[in-house]
Design a protein around this ligand. Structure first.
Ligand code: XMP
Length: 493
């Protein structure tokens, strides 16, 4: 016979208690940690879902000061390519620049530029020696894209700098010579890196950006435990990812703990494990050596785990319980799923989360994968659970699913034998991530002001959550009014 626990609480069940404040909302400092080794200026993480995070979203998230976790419903090679795209997107110095050979065609170069969203590439010979550069300027008036690069490029001698040039000296060289790209070469003239003016302007534009020690944007990627999960992790680490997330629906399991331990033993990147919803689940992963714990069993907007399997824990209680293990161990906690409004970020952090992972709140952004859908004149984007039939069918990728093992069903081969734990749908289009993140973080600042907390650590130590009744929740939302205009941070769900 089962035992009974205390009732669990979720976001709509609680409110932060207002407390004495000697700060303004703008004074709140949202700096936090994703994992033991990765610090973020804003506590937002985009979900490892195929309608939320590919390279474009990951770049946008890191620029805002958060981080994106590349989903794993794609081949190892494709996922590693996505990571590569992020790592090359913006950097203090690109240590491994995209290049071409002199006999490539202009069509080849145009493809490279479109893929990597760059405006030109250095040209090297078979020994890696820099022989020229081909940029938009060289190609602008060319009508025949079958011409070889050697006929169109600006050949050596070019303005170059030695490896190790300081940021200031590099900027002066770019400025004095009115150039946009500065190749870095070694004593033998071999190309060793590239500094671009875009990276200087981006630094000014995105002062909070999450960057690694080389000035590249930080990115994470999800893996599972089945199939060639270790090979996937290796390929991702080679592509430069900063954190691997062992992402399953049931992290309180031997498979996840073993995978965490193996990865920790064999790689230098941070390893996050999940998902769990209890103190014991978090402790298992902490004991396995994890650098971060992801919490959430069934709170997601597209999840049906709780109704299909009858299992889960309301998210505020789950975060709080897992936090009882993570806090003393100094292991950051990611509250994953179930957030509908910016106030839920405030509540998740108060309950013990260091960051929150968002799916539905970000799936409508311009940067999420997928096209705009028009319905009755309104714009939407599709959003689906990774355990939904659509994700398992994965038509976009030729019917191959890499997400079934998240739900322990990797051995299921036919669709009618699959037990879905998620649904497919759509969310309203919300425009660029920058605007969405601005509202979400703005709400967090307001919440920290009301709670009298300057930092995330203060939130953990001092904030108080009050359980409320259904009447309290009704009072919280607009009531006794016919809403005619939606606010940018509020709409009825
Ligand atoms: P939100 O509420 O932000 O939740 O949309 C995103 C999180 O939901 C999880 N997820 C799923 N859970 N079945 C589930 O039970 C699914 O099909 C599914 N897909 C995603 C995941 O943790 C994600 O970050």
């Amino acid at each position: 016979m089962a035992t009974f626990t205390e009732p669990g609480l979720t976001f709509d069940d609680v409110l932060l208690v207002p407390a004495y404040s000697d700060l303004q909302p703008g004074d709140a400092d949202t700096t936090t940690r994703l994992s033991r080794g990765i610090s973020l200026r804003i506590p937002l993480v985009s979900a490892a879902m195929d309608t939320v995070t590919e390279a474009r979203m990951a770049v946008a998230m890191a620029r805002q000061g958060g981080v994106g976790i590349l989903h794993r419903n794609l081949s190892i090679e494709d996922q590693a390519n996505q990571a590569d795209l992020v790592k090359r997107s913006e950097a203090g110095m690109v240590s491994n620049p995209v290049t071409c050979f002199p006999d490539a065609t202009l069509a080849d170069v145009e493809r490279l530029c479109a893929t990597y969203r760059i405006s030109g590439v250095p040209v090297i010979d078979a020994q890696g020696v820099l022989v020229g550069i081909v940029t938009n300027r060289d190609m602008r008036y060319e009508t025949d894209d079958s011409r070889p690069v050697r006929e169109v490029m600006t050949p050596m001698p070019l303005i170059t700098a030695p490896v190790g040039v300081s940021r200031d000296d590099a900027f002066q060289l770019l400025k004095q010579n009115k150039i946009e790209k500065l190749p870095l070469v070694d004593g033998q003239g071999r190309l060793r890196g590239l500094i671009t003016v875009k990276d200087f302007t981006k630094s000014e534009q995105y002062p909070l950006a999450t960057k690694d020690a080389d000035g590249r944007l930080v990115v994470g990627a999800a893996i599972g435990v089945a199939g060639d999960a270790e090979g996937r992790a290796r390929a991702l680490v080679e592509a430069g990812v900063d954190v691997i997330i062992v992402d399953t629906a049931h992290g309180h399991s031997r498979g996840v703990a073993d995978m965490v331990a193996k990865l920790k033993a064999n790689s230098h990147v941070d390893v996050v494990g999940g998902n769990v919803a209890t103190r014991a689940g978090a402790q298992l992963l902490i004991d396995a050596g994890v650098d971060g714990v992801k919490v959430g069993v069934g709170p997601g907007s597209i999840c049906t785990t709780r109704v299909v399997a009858g299992v889960g824990a309301p998210q505020v209680t789950a975060i709080h319980e897992a936090g009882l293990a993570c806090g003393p161990a100094g292991v950051p906690l990611i509250g994953d799923g179930g957030l509908q409004y910016s106030g839920d970020i405030v509540k998740a952090i108060a309950a013990g989360a260091d960051t929150v992972m968002l799916g539905s709140l970000l799936a409508g952004c311009e940067e999420s994968p997928g096209e705009l859908i028009f319905i009755n004149g309104k714009q939407y984007k599709s959003y689906r659970g990774m355990g939904s039939l659509g994700a398992v069918r994965n038509r976009e990728r030729g019917g191959t699913s890499f997400s079934k093992d998240r739900y322990g069903q990797d051995s299921v081969t036919s669709e009618d034998k699959y037990i879905p734990e998620g649904v497919e749908g759509q969310v309203p289009f919300r425009g660029p991530l920058a605007n969405v993140a601005y509202q979400l973080i703005g709400g967090l600042h307001q919440g920290m002001w009301y709670a009298g907390c300057r930092t995330i650590a203060d939130m953990h130590e001092r904030s108080e959550l009050m359980p409320i009744t259904a009447a309290g929740l009704k009072e919280s939302h607009p009531h006794d009014i016919q809403m005619t205009v939606e606010a940018p941070n509020y709409s009825r769900r």
